[in-house]
Design a protein around this ligand. Structure first.
Ligand code: MLT
Length: 312
């Protein structure tokens, strides 16, 4: 057998700081997860991982930038379920999702909450559904662009209640939250990593969670399924990728650093406080992420096609 020796640079990797691209604006849920794991991964790697926010087009601009980066292990992408849904939503994607990246591992799977501005009228989720259906032409729903998790959840919600709403796109749900808090936009479906603090503080209202079971942090918020939307369940899994051609030794080294970060008590506690949990060591591997991405593209393709939602 021909033993392909690892390129010289792989042996003393990393010997300088690493860029981790987050394809959404700073201050949102993806950014929060990235900064949490990057800090601990840096400790294990002995080099700083710098988070770089590249927002726009529902995460596909940032993903496309990493697809074109040098495969030397010094540019990474931390992205979520949008990596899978964009593959169907965007018919002219700047990269081939399953050909342009290598895999490091899964990071966490975050539940979502349907939330509103603080003074939104409906008292509970059934009343929320009735109100939104009756006022479909005035209720505004924020998201982070076609391909974002907030877009996917919004699409599932609109399909479930058979109603289309006015949607307002942002470069991330960090900026969207600012408008929700200010009352400039009415509702949003966003991850617990970006809504927990505001819900607990009473500055926004939580109507339902999109997890199969109620969440420990919000025991009195019903699931969407309890609220009468039977097959409405979605979790936002996150993964770390490198550009195609990045040596396997480097992806494996990064996976070890990710597993180190996810095993850290502080990371587990911070994630629990935000309604989520770290992926397991087995999930934080290249094979697990590859399998997840491939199966999720296949899972969401028919759902998106049935909704007839595409980005031009
Ligand atoms: C999303 O909806 O995908 C999130 O808003 C992304 C983000 O801002 O982190």
């Amino acid at each position: 057998a021909i033993i392909l020796a690892a390129p010289a640079f792989a042996q003393d990797y990393p010997d300088r700081q690493i860029s981790m691209v987050v394809p959404f604006a700073a201050g949102g849920p993806t950014d929060t997860v990235a900064r949490l794991v990057a800090e601990r991964m840096s400790e294990d790697l002995g080099q700083q991982i710098i988070v770089e926010n590249v927002g726009g087009a529902g995460g596909t601009l940032g993903a496309g930038q990493v697809a074109k980066a040098d495969p030397d292990g010094y540019t990474l992408l931390l992205h979520h379920i949008g990596m899978a849904t964009a593959d169907t939503l965007y018919r002219n994607l700047a990269y081939d999702t399953l050909e342009a990246f290598e895999y490091v591992g899964l990071v966490t799977d975050v539940p979502m909450v349907i939330v509103s501005r603080q003074d939104f009228e409906p008292a509970d989720f059934p009343a929320f559904i009735e109100y939104v259906k009756a006022n479909a032409d005035t209720v505004t729903m924020a998201n982070a662009g076609i391909g974002a998790a907030s877009h996917l959840c919004g699409m599932l919600f609109m399909s479930a209640i058979d109603t289309s709403l006015v949607t307002v796109p942002y470069k991330g749900t960090g900026p969207a939250m600012t408008d929700l808090l200010g009352g400039q936009v009415d509702i949003m479906c966003d991850q617990t990593t970006n809504t927990t603090q505001q819900i607990k503080g009473g500055t926004i209202k939580a109507y339902a969670v999109t997890s199969g079971e109620r969440l420990d942090i919000f025991p009195d918020v019903p699931t969407a399924q309890e609220g009468g939307l039977p097959d409405f369940e979605v979790g936002i899994w996150h993964g770390i990728y490198s550009p195609k051609g990045t040596p396997a030794e480097i992806n494996e080294r990064l996976s070890k650093a990710l597993q180190f970060a996810l095993a850290d008590e502080g990371v587990a506690k911070a994630m629990a406080d935000l309604g989520t949990a770290p992926s397991s060591a087995e999930e934080a591997t290249p094979a697990a992420l590859k399998e997840k991405l491939e199966s999720e593209i296949a899972r969401w393709k028919p759902v998106i096609e049935a909704a007839g939602v595409y980005a031009d």
